[in-house]
Design a protein around this ligand. Structure first.
Ligand code: 5CA
Length: 438
């Protein structure tokens, strides 16, 4: 992508409405624009990141045996009356009336809708288990939307739903999602801490929040260091095997957020194992048994011919929140420092002197070679001061920068900079390319 034709509205000044760094950098870096409180347009650069995160989430859901479908954003109120949540959900639910005076709502989550889909299609225990998910926009009319995409009103969520015949099956699904989540976040270079949680309006009695540590996090976290220092199961995990021994530590060791904190239990830990920090909730998983299946009569015929209400769980990831969360965990004074797996482009080329025949030819050639090798590349070919171009490239945080200028070219060299370390090297164009390609 060439900057001269790309829609990238960079802001030179800090926007006053942004209270936290990710919000500030997303506005300045031309990733999002607010349309109304807590409602955002994703501009091309921001959308690239959102899509990359979505893709990692999708690949890991698929790997765990979860099947993708797509439910609508608008739902009929009657399903929520069946579950009993229409009246209890309160003002967070955006209620809509259509032209026929039918009551609808913009979905804040999808337990009712998926339960309805399931009960219409699945009649026998032989068709279990089922594990389904979608990645869809949600709306919650938060009282205080803030921190940009971190607490929006409209936001993108991945939500999965499990259906099993019995508790053992539901626990297996829960554990699968647990491991899939750790793998998902690790691919984004995030260390997520699963913490036992309250299940709130979703209901149920087994729940974990997945929290990443960041000073700006809304949640205060107290936990045993053993919960942070763990190895993620990579490569080929047997999702149908017994994952319980791996997961055990997150139910054994001390972990709490401020509302459930037990200072005495925390103080009983050896000093070097006490971690106090702030965190951001990027995912939340729930087991809630028969809460919805009983209320909505989602039953299957069991092995003895009897009707059995199915055991369910739901599993959410804040896809759009992750964009902000990753920036909170990966930035410096100059801007964003994207992990490679989610970066909007891998390489940014700065042509220091557009209009100079040598600079144009070398930039163009490098750009072409990278793209041909499948490396997504951004070429800054604007007629701006070098200082301003360096600042923009640091701001948008691409992992590699290749700086091409007339003086270097005379000696046959370009400058390669690694954004994260700030390390610069003068190299031939060929060596710079092979470094980036490796
Ligand atoms: N039905 C369940 C699981 S599918 C559910 O709705 N869980 S949730 O309420 O915890 O939301 C799942 C995830 O969505 C959260 O962990 C969080 O990362 C994200 N999320 C929730 N509210 C918002 C919001 N207002 N803005 C951005 N992301 C949000």
């Amino acid at each position: 992508m060439r900057r001269s034709s790309y829609f990238l509205p960079i802001l030179k000044e800090n926007p006053t409405e942004a209270q936290i760094v990710s919000h500030r950098l997303m506005l300045r870096g031309g990733m999002v624009r607010q349309s109304a409180a807590g409602i955002y347009t994703w501009l091309p650069l921001g959308l690239r990141v959102l899509r990359r995160i979505e893709r990692i989430v999708r690949e890991e859901q698929d790997a765990a045996g979860c099947q993708e479908l797509l439910m609508p954003t608008i739902q009929p109120a009657e399903l929520w009356r069946e579950s009993g949540r229409y009246d209890v959900y309160g003002k967070e639910m955006l209620r809509i009336t259509d032209r026929h005076e039918r009551e609808m709502l913009f979905g804040p989550t999808n337990e009712e809708l998926i339960t309805d889909i399931f009960r219409q299609a699945v009649k026998s225990y032989r068709d279990l288990p089922k594990l389904l998910y979608h990645i869809q926009w949600k709306f919650r009319d938060e009282i205080r939307p803030r921190f940009g995409v971190m607490r929006g009103r409209e936001f993108l969520m991945k939500d999965s739903y499990s259906f099993d015949l019995d508790y053992a099956g539901a626990k297996r699904a829960y554990n699968k999602m647990f491991v899939a989540y750790l793998r998902t976040f690790a691919r984004m270079d995030l260390k997520a801490i699963p913490m036992k949680a309250e299940s709130g309006p979703i209901g149920g009695d087994m729940s974990h929040e997945f929290i990443i540590l960041a000073d700006t996090g809304e949640t205060e976290v107290f936990c045993d260091r053993s919960l942070i220092e763990y190895d993620v199961l990579r490569d080929s995990v047997d999702f149908d095997g017994d994952l319980e021994p791996y997961i055990k530590r997150w139910t054994q060791y001390y972990a709490a957020t401020s509302d459930k904190h037990d200072p005495a239990a925390f103080a009983a830990l050896p000093v070097e194992r006490r971690v106090t920090a702030r965190g951001i909730e990027i995912g939340h998983i729930f087991y809630f048994g028969k809460k919805y299946s009983e209320a909505m009569k989602a039953t299957v015929t069991g092995p003895n011919g009897e009707a059995v209400a199915v055991e369910m769980g739901s599993y959410g990831i804040g896809v759009s929140r992750l964009v902000g969360g990753i920036i909170e965990a990966n930035h410096d004074d100059a801007g964003i420092v994207w992990p490679k797996s989610v970066a909007p482009f891998q390489v940014g080329i700065i042509n220091l002197k557009p209009g100079d025949a040598d600079c144009d030819a070398a930039s163009q050639e490098t750009y072409r070679k990278l793209n041909e090798s499948g490396v997504e590349t951004f070429l800054d070919d604007l007629n701006e001061s070098p200082g301003s171009k360096f600042a923009t490239m640091d701001l948008i945080g691409l992992p590699w920068q290749i700086v091409i200028g007339p003086r270097g070219l005379k000696k046959g060299i370009v400058e390669l900079k690694e954004r994260r370390s700030g390390k610069r090297e003068e190299l031939s164009t060929e060596s710079a390319l092979s470094r980036v390609l490796s």
